[in-house]
Design a protein around this ligand. Structure first.
Ligand SMILES: [Zn+2]
Length: 260
């Protein structure tokens, strides 16, 4: 969902410089729009690097086993039990890095590389997903807010590009900006969603690491390794949030630049 935003930007950027109203655009906003466009590309490159680093760190710690030899599934079961959570099931899901907690089905879904692996990486991911289950059980506010945003963002992220495209047409023809700003509001929902995701993800990792250590599941250097793996996962969310904010500013500057 968030990764498609630069494509919108590219499409609209093309429209911007071929549009008939571009001669009216103020030079300042035009420069700001271009600046945001290149910033979005730069963040995309950084995102690619972070994603590659995340995969290599996980690959590395997927080969490191720890004393006790629990699988990801066993780590998850133990963390849920230790938090007195008995209504969440641990299940197996296909794919790579597809691990997630599903509050609708009350399941912690662990991927191939995590479910039956007894590596440090598997323990870190399993505990992180259980961190979300604990957040859900406690009614952790950012998680509640994030869940409420999901249906809104699903709708608005699909419609925003069309609303802005039609809005730009109306702006050019009638000088009425209302539809443009409605479109920007829809993009702002995606940005808000990616910002609210940050405390949810960082907090789940913090809970995971605290429990992994306090329960004695992992110890010593392996705690550092688990922390490193989860830090790279968190950075992917940070990059996504920065990209969403840059996209939002891109549209704001573009519309301001198209005013008479
Ligand atoms: Zn998470």
């Amino acid at each position: 969902m968030l990764t498609t935003t630069p494509l919108y930007a590219l499409l609209l950027q093309v429209g911007y410089y071929t549009g008939t109203t571009s001669q009216h655009a103020s030079a300042g906003y035009s420069a700001a729009t271009m600046g945001m466009f290149f910033l979005i590309i730069l963040i995309g490159v950084v995102g690619f690097i972070v994603q590659a680093r995340l995969q290599s760190v996980f690959k590395k710690y997927s080969k490191v086993t720890f004393a006790g030899g629990m699988t990801g599934a066993e780590v998850a079961e133990k963390m849920l039990r230790d938090h007195n959570i008995h209504n969440v099931r641990v299940t197996h899901v296909a794919g790579q890095l597809t691990d997630h907690f599903n509050p609708q089905t009350m399941t912690v879904n662990l991927s191939d590389a995590v479910y039956s692996s007894n590596s440090v990486a598997a323990a870190a991911v399993a505990a992180h997903e259980c961190g979300h289950a604990v957040q859900h059980a406690e009614g952790y506010t950012p998680l509640v807010l994030r869940s409420r945003l999901v249906p809104i963002v699903n709708f608005s992220s699909q419609m925003a590009m069309w609303v802005i495209l039609i809005g730009l047409g109306i702006l050019a023809a009638t000088q009425n900006e209302v539809l443009c700003w409605i479109g920007v509001g829809m993009i702002a929902m995606s940005a808000l969603f990616s910002i609210v995701t940050l405390p949810v993800e960082y907090n789940a990792s913090a809970r995971a690491l605290a429990w992994l250590e306090s329960s004695g599941t992992i110890a010593g250097v392996q705690v550092t390794q688990a922390r490193e793996a989860l830090s790279w996962a968190a950075r992917t969310y940070l990059v996504a949030a920065l990209s969403a904010i840059a996209s939002l500013l891109y549209y704001v500057f573009m519309i301001l630049g198209r005013r008479e």
